[in-house]
Ligand binder design. Structure first.
Ligand SMILES: [Zn+2]
Length: 352
């Protein structure tokens, strides 16, 4: 393993950001190259822990001469976000200076335009430099995994339909409970990578075999545990073995049997009243239409102080807010439904 470092000048005097990059060199030219990053949303750490343990396994594979493809790893992709604290709490999702989401506004380029990402970099702000450097690294690989997490959540992934169902091996190698099939119509990191993979010449490919760009949601923000991190690292290693990146006789993962549904099938349940939330359903629960999802204590202590939130449709509770006080309109849950339920969704990501 070799370690290099990307340095990015800060936007104020006396500041410089350093981004460690780990390189594992494979011995087979035809093997897929892999890029993995974690904590682009700086306060989403399950992936950083997983990549730490994956590197253990890759170092061992390298020592045993079992590494076929190159693997590039950025285990903590966002030093700028990690350094942002507001009243004692890390602000890892949005750049406070520009109000932009760290996982949006990636440039949409083709593979042929990859090197243009690094042209005139010194004219860009630190966050834009960071995004261009990360995307440039990723476009040197065929398999690109961006590791995030949700609030309270099952393990799931956003996968562009261009990579499905080929990517079912990733879903089964990890322990995904669902796959959200995305439309690739926004500027998240994974979508910018997918854009480059799909756009060749003037046309757009409907399917891109042998390539993958995916956002993996490694459960919830507090799900940073030694056991799950090691199990997920083993899962990623299993995926790398299945794709011929490492030569290893890994046990075959059983086929993925969970739901794989378009984003239009995701019911974003929002709080209709403000107050203190009492959840009646947990992540991973199946719900029937009409069942109680949560009661909100809108007027504490009063006879009529409860507001009921019932499921409008049947489905699987994928995520839940970790807040126990909600404002009107806050996201309460994502529920995976069998049928299309949203007719007015703008293309692109579910959340800002
Ligand atoms: Zn994220």
């Amino acid at each position: 393993m070799e370690q290099s470092e990307i340095t990015i000048a800060g936007d104020t005097p006396g500041v410089e950001w350093r981004l460690p990059v780990l390189h594992f060199r494979g011995d087979t030219k035809t093997a897929p190259r892999v890029y993995l990053q974690a904590a682009l949303h700086a306060n989403e750490l399950p992936g950083t822990a997983v990549l730490h343990f994956l590197c253990d396994r890759l170092r061992k594979a390298e020592a045993e001469g079992a590494l076929a493809g190159d693997v590039t790893i950025v285990p903590q992709a966002n030093p700028i976000g990690a350094a942002q604290a507001h009243f004692g709490e890390m602000q890892g999702r949005f750049d406070l200076a520009s109000r932009t989401n760290f996982n949006r506004d990636f440039p949409l380029v083709t593979l042929a335009e990859r090197d243009a990402l690094l042209a005139d970099l010194d004219r860009e702000t630190a966050v834009k430099r960071l995004k261009r450097r990360l995307l440039h690294l990723a476009l040197g690989a065929e398999l690109v995994l961006d590791l995030h997490c949700d609030d309270e959540s099952i393990q799931y992934a956003y996968i562009d339909e261009a990579f499905w169902p080929e990517a079912a091996d990733l879903a089964s190698s990890l322990s995904m409970a669902a796959v959200f099939l995305s439309d690739g119509e926004s500027t998240a990191f994974e979508e910018a990578v997918g854009h480059a993979f799909k756009h060749r010449g003037a046309g757009k490919l409907a399917k891109v075999p042998g390539r993958l760009a995916v956002t993996v949601e490694l459960r919830g923000r507090r799900d940073v545990h030694p056991d799950t991190a090691k199990a997920d690292a083993d899962g990623l290693f299993r995926f790398l073995a299945a794709r011929g990146v490492v030569r290893a006789s890994e046990p075959h993962a059983p086929a993925f049997t969970g739901p794989a549904v378009p984003l239009d099938n995701i019911d974003m349940v929002r709080a209709l009243e403000p107050g203190t939330v009492l959840f009646h359903k947990d992540i991973g629960d199946a719900v029937e239409a009409g069942e109680m999802l949560a009661t909100i204590i809108t007027r504490p202590g009063l006879d009529d102080g409860l507001f009921e939130m019932r499921a409008e449709r049947s489905g699987l509770v994928a995520t839940r807010t970790s807040d126990r006080f909600v404002r009107r309109g806050d996201d309460l849950m994502k529920i995976v439904c069998k049928d299309r339920i949203r007719l007015d969704r703008a293309p692109g990501t579910l959340e800002d």
